[in-house]
Design a protein around this ligand. Structure first.
Ligand SMILES: *Cc1c(COP(=O)(O)O)cnc(C)c1O
Length: 440
């Protein structure tokens, strides 16, 4: 075995066998399984900067970044130090700490939707979206919500309708175990289609509480909003008394420090945060306009709670991450590296005669295995999934760790330097050659 072959070796296979005996599918989140690309997942022993080291002792260049949080690269010394220091003082109190207020204040300064507003900390992106929707429903007194086809907002019952990410890959856009009643108020529209939203609001006049949307879709692969889409949604929500919720669990602090809403200059009524906000620990947050968030208990009648919410370790990691991002402002550099990568991939695909349609925003990217431009989930599904699976396998065999699904965004981190990008492109050259032969 060559020493950059990241495919599951003997040790990973052994660990996977153990895990599979006691964990469903051997994984604690379905996106980690290799169902759609074949093979078994390599197990990870450690991570540093732009790389992961597998249990088989192979070091891989990582474009998953723990599904988004690792914007600063893995194991940033200042973040690790902050967590260790906080741990010394106690792991959890279930009581108020000063750091929570500092953190919330910082979030309210950075994220446009939180300016002069209120924010509540939770433990995951899923909790953030389900709580935000409950608040929007409580605030408006309406039940219906609108989501985009292929939009993923965590695994709450009401949101598991035509959801992207793992649900798309596994071919279960819905899910068994979700009662019909739980999704009867969830309305679906295609992403990037303003007219569909207008019609939906017209049909369900005065019944829609909220539109929840990824302002840059990431869970159908990376799909940016078309010009005027976010602005149009803002107007429609204003006219119809609908709460506009941007699910920035993936895009928050990634598209820009203030998220996609700062980048596109469209401020939603509420925002959901996760992933980067916890610097690698399980933290989520939701918040927005003060009059809306005043509905939340104990101020108001909408109940939402959490034993470990505002956990001192998570808050310390989040604060340290925001400190670094504010100080170092790495966004131009992240964009430059991402452009280098996607331009290089595009050129290689062309040279090998492999149809590839590339989308990227800031440090998020996806190469769809098809010639046509991808603007929504229906487009994304036209991709050649066999070609993707082949590409994934060949890249892993050459030391490059990609999400095992066409319907995921890739992430570049601060630690992806020129040498890292060059090595990735060298691997892609070999991988795409094989893909060309396979689909040829
Ligand atoms: C990851 C993600 C979620 C869910 O977050 P979890 O922490 O996995 O529960 C929700 N929305 C978006 C846009 C995401 O990318």
């Amino acid at each position: 075995m060559n020493n950059s072959d990241g495919r599951a070796g003997p040790r990973s296979l052994e660990l996977f066998a153990t895990a599979s005996r006691v964990i469903p599918g051997g994984v604690n989140s379905p996106v980690r399984a290799f169902s759609s690309v074949g093979g078994k997942p390599p197990f990870i022993r450690s991570a540093q900067g732009a790389t992961l080291t597998t249990e088989d002792g192979v070091t891989l260049i990582d474009y998953v970044g723990t599904w988004g949080p690792a914007l600063l690269g893995h194991g940033h010394p200042a973040v690790v130090e902050a967590v260790c220091k906080a741990a010394q003082d106690g792991l959890s109190f279930g009581a108020c700490t000063g750091a929570e207020g500092t953190f919330a204040e910082r979030l309210c300064m950075i994220v446009p939707a939180l300016r002069n507003g209120l924010v509540r900390l939770v433990n995951s992106g899923t909790e953030a979206t389900m709580s935000a929707l409950r608040v929007a429903r409580g605030f408006t007194g309406r039940d219906k919500i609108i989501k985009a086809d292929g939009g993923y907002h965590g695994h709450a019952d009401m949101l598991l309708v035509a959801a992207g990410s793992g649900a798309a890959t596994m071919g279960i856009p819905g899910s068994k175990g979700v009662p019909a009643g739980a999704v009867q108020d969830t309305l679906l529209v295609p992403y990037n289609d303003l007219e569909a939203v207008r019609e939906c609001l017209h049909t369900h006049k005065n019944q829609v509480a909220a539109i929840i949307l990824e302002p840059v879709a990431g869970n159908m692969g990376c799909v940016p909003p078309v010009a005027g889409y976010l602005e149009g949604l803002r107007q429609l929500c204003d006219r119809n008394g609908v709460v506009l919720i941007f699910d920035e669990v993936m895009t928050g602090f990634r598209i820009s420090l203030g998220g996609a809403q700062a980048h596109y200059n469209v401020t939603p009524d509420m925002v959901c945060l996760g992933k980067i906000v916890g610097g690698g620990l399980p933290v989520g947050a939701y918040g927005g306009r003060r009059n809306i968030m005043q509905c939340v208990a104990p101020l108001g009648p909408v109940y939402q709670a959490g034993t470990l919410s505002g956990n001192p370790l998570g808050v310390a990691a989040g604060l340290a991450t925001l400190d670094i991002l504010e100080r170092e402002k790495p966004y131009p550099q992240l964009a430059t590296q991402t452009v280098k990568l996607v331009a290089g991939l595009g050129a290689l695909a062309k040279r090998h005669g492999v149809p590839m349609s590339e989308n990227h925003v800031a440090s998020m990217f996806t190469g769809f295995f098809q010639a046509a431009k991808v603007c929504n989930y229906a487009d994304a599904r036209q991709s050649n999934l066999e070609a993707f699976a082949c590409y994934h396998r060949e890249m892993l065999a050459r030391g490059i760790y990609l999400a095992p699904s066409q319907f995921e965004a890739g992430f570049v981190s601060v630690a992806h330097d020129d040498a890292t990008i060059d090595r990735t492109l060298a691997a892609a050259d070999g991988a795409l050659k094989v893909v060309a032969q396979t689909i040829g």
